[in-house]
Design a protein around this ligand. Structure first.
Ligand code: NAD
Ligand code: DAU
Length: 370
């Protein structure tokens, strides 16, 4: 049985992908899981229904930037694996308020690396041979592709948003902690995820909840930007394989070979919802509204997942068609999950047009001149 007698730290385990990883570890392996999460706006402990009363699950409300709290957790639980998914993850929010992205994604990862290294150094040799620090990253670190080509593990980094720049920085820190201090690290870079329990600021759940409310469906720019979609449960399986069987020091790109233009994604969601719940006002495609583009909007992402397929035997189980249909059905059958988020104050408004960043810049220029 996989992860026998293993303690796994999952940071960001109350988020979209972290919760999918924990559901997989609890359902399909013998791992004991410690979910370490600060509980930001993006967190939701209801995303792990199997955690209730599970003797293999612990939760700690801790910021990965809090060295003392992390040290106490390492001493208490003595993990065999650390999977770092804690992050600020939304590109639009990073445009308006980059500071928190620097704090969590860079300084937080640095703090976690330091505490993991301290723990690693105190282990005996067999325990050191088993220990892994797995950093979960994104394809956005590679920047934007033209119409042809795929991101591979050797594509040079060229991040374009405050979010992707902060993720790229954290990837570099992880590399340096391996090269300089010998911490056994693995990095994975994945494409866009979608599926159940996805906070409704991201494209797919955003469009589903707006379509159900009969509200305008915002498509940024011309809607021809391409993303490479992966069902979140496929990603969770890939991550568990990578931390357990991946080679130390290696990077694995993860993707579903499912490129799709945003406008096509939005149109398909409208058709899927219309089939299940037709609207008296007619087809929901009429709600599609082109709005101002995202500043610095990357045009195309596409992953070559050949390495993880060949070396770890992973492949995506869902196609984009099957995964998207499942996702739409999930949002229709689990309205309580996302309606609670709306009731707690999330307004699904447009963000990321940079007023806050402009204000920060004006304040800095003013301070510099004074
Ligand atoms: P998410 O925003 O849904 O969840 C992030 C979680 O991290 C939340 O539960 C939040 O409370 C927690 N968190 C934030 N700051 C923290 C801190 N300082 N200390 C402890 N916990 C903190 O994000 P996600 O979509 O699940 O992404 C998880 C990871 O995967 C991120 O590193 C992201 O960059 C990466 N990633 C995401 C995607 C995607 O499509 N969503 C694709 C590739 C990679
Ligand atoms: O590629 C991996 C990345 O995918 C992850 O690292 C990020 O954490 C994750 O948020 C995601 O980033 P994107 O910026 O690609 O995802 P988002 O859902 O915000 O947007 C997807 C595309 O849809 C993007 O081209 C912007 C566009 N969009 C988004 C929203 C919210 C719209 O056209 N309208 C919208 O309302």
């Amino acid at each position: 049985m996989r992860f026998r007698n293993a303690v796994v730290f999952v940071t960001g385990g109350a988020g979209f992908i972290g919760s999918a990883v924990i559901r997989h570890l609890l359902d399909d392996t013998q791992a004991c899981v410690v979910n370490i999460d600060k509980l930001t706006y993006a967190a939701n402990l209801d995303s792990i229904p199997q955690a209730a009363g599970n003797a293999r699950y612990r939760f700690a409300q801790v910021d990965i930037g809090d060295a003392a709290a992390l040290r106490a957790l390492f001493e208490q639980h003595r993990p065999h694996y650390v999977m770092n998914l804690a992050a600020e993850s939304h590109v639009d929010r990073s445009i308006d308020g980059p500071a928190q992205f620097i704090e969590t994604n860079i300084v937080g990862t640095f703090t976690l690396l330091q505490e993991a290294l301290r723990h690693f150094r105190a282990l005996d040799v067999p325990a050191q041979a088993r220990f892994r620090f797995h950093h979960i990253s994104t394809d956005e670190v590679y920047g934007s592709l033209g119409p042809q080509g795929l991101f591979t593990e050797t594509t040079p980094y060229a991040p374009n948003s405050p979010y992707s720049a902060s993720k790229a920085s954290s990837d570099h820190l992880v590399r340096a902690w391996r090269e300089t201090y010998g911490l056994p690290t693995i990095v994975t870079n994945c494409s866009n995820n979608y599926g159940p329990y996805h906070f409704p600021e991201k494209l797919i759940p955003h469009i589903i909840i707006k379509a159900l409310a009969g509200e305008p469906l915002p498509v940024y720019g011309d809607g021809r930007q391409v993303r490479d979609w992966l069902y979140v449960e496929d990603h969770a399986r890939a991550l568990a394989l990578a931390v357990e069987r991946g080679t130390v020091g290696e990077t694995y790109n993860i993707g579903g070979r499912s490129e799709c233009a945003n406008l096509h994604v939005v149109t398909t969601i409208c058709r899927l919802i219309d089939q299940i719940e037709p609207s008296a006002s007619g087809p929901r495609e009429h709600l599609i509204t082109f709005v101002a583009d995202r500043p610095g909007h990357d045009r195309r992402y596409a992953i070559d997942p050949g390495k993880i397929e060949r070396e770890l035997g992973w492949s995506a189980a869902e196609t984009f068609d099957t995964g998207l249909a499942k996702t739409v059905r999930w949002y229709l059958s689990n309205r309580h999950w996302w309606q609670a988020i709306l009731e707690q104050g999330y307004k699904a408004e447009r963000v990321g047009l940079a007023p806050q960043a402009e204000a920060e810049l004006r304040a800095r220029v003013h301070a510099f001149k004074a």
